[in-house]
Design a protein around this ligand. Structure first.
Ligand code: FE
Ligand code: FE
Ligand code: ZN
Length: 280
């Protein structure tokens, strides 16, 4: 079978290289990880030993791409100086870990504007990103802005937000990760062929499809425009299977990662569903 660049979010419990065991068991060629505990600020450096373990596992696996998801605590748009500098430091450390591990992409939720408002929030995100890129200027790791569901004051639910930030950072180390659940919850109706074409047409016009590097494949428990970030199994949520069939065929060349609930072996079921949709 040709490379599908399809995978899941894998656990790093017991060591970063363990993600490869889970991936190999599922027979995927792509996966996403957290490079550290995603709910804690404490950062870690990759030791020489971890680096070797990871690259050995990488080399002896069928994995084509590994993507990292940054910690949820990072908020470059924060109005609080201490939180903002902590966020920058954490993102710098993330890019360094990705560099050490040979991970090409770090996916980032742009941030939450809170009382600052969206425009000022986006300015701060851009400023933070410029600082992070400067501090890691020898790295090739790209930071991918993920579109959001629009929950609370989160920035990035509108493709124009992503464009605004990209314009202000102006670096080829910034790209985009498209999350299907978030887009749908934000009001982009990808269910029908017309809605799907319209959404990706807008994406291309505003962001540029050439900047799209990774997709997160999640069905949505929430309704269209609900701003609810609740992932569902493929074909069982409000988006439905059709859109995922289109994505599997339109974006064969890009890494696609499931972030759906793992219990009851749903990873295998979701993967099987997505694989069956690929036209040869
Ligand atoms: Fe995310
Ligand atoms: Fe996501
Ligand atoms: Zn989500």
């Amino acid at each position: 079978m040709a490379d599908l660049l399809l995978g899941v979010h894998c656990s790093i419990s017991g060591g970063l290289h363990n993600a490869f065991d889970e991936a190999n068991q599922l027979g995927v060629d792509t996966f996403q990880i957290f490079t550290k505990n995603q709910r804690q600020w404490r950062d870690k450096k990759i030791s020489a030993y971890e680096k070797k373990e990871f690259s050995d596992a990488f080399d002896s696996s069928a994995i084509k791409t590994v993507v990292s998801h940054t910690t949820y605590l990072i908020n470059l748009a924060s109005g609080k100086d201490d939180l903002r500098s902590k966020s920058e430091a954490s993102l710098i450390s993330e890019v360094e870990r990705c560099t050490d591990l040979g991970v090409a992409y770090a996916v980032l939720h742009p941030g939450a504007a809170k009382d600052l408002g969206y425009d000022k929030g986006m300015e701060q995100i851009a400023m933070g990103l410029r600082n992070v890129l400067k501090a890691t200027r020898d790295s090739n790791v790209m930071i991918l802005l993920e579109n959001t569901a629009g929950q609370g004051s989160s920035i990035g639910y509108d493709f124009n937000h992503l464009r605004t930030i990209m314009d202000q950072v102006d670096s080829d180390r910034i790209g985009v990760c498209f999350d299907t659940c978030h887009a749908f919850a934000a009001g982009y109706d990808i269910r029908s062929k017309e809605g799907y074409d319209d959404t990706f047409g807008q994406f291309d016009e505003i962001v540029g499809l050439e900047h799209l590097k990774v997709l997160h494949l999640n069905d949505s428990k929430g309704d269209l425009g609900s701003k609810l970030d609740r992932h569902d199994n493929i074909g069982f949520g409000n988006i439905g299977a059709e859109a995922f069939g289109r994505i599997m065929n339109d974006f064969k060349h890009l890494p696609k990662v499931l972030e759906t609930p793992k219990k009851d072996d749903w990873d295998s079921k979701n993967l099987e569903m997505l694989r069956s949709m690929v036209n040869n």
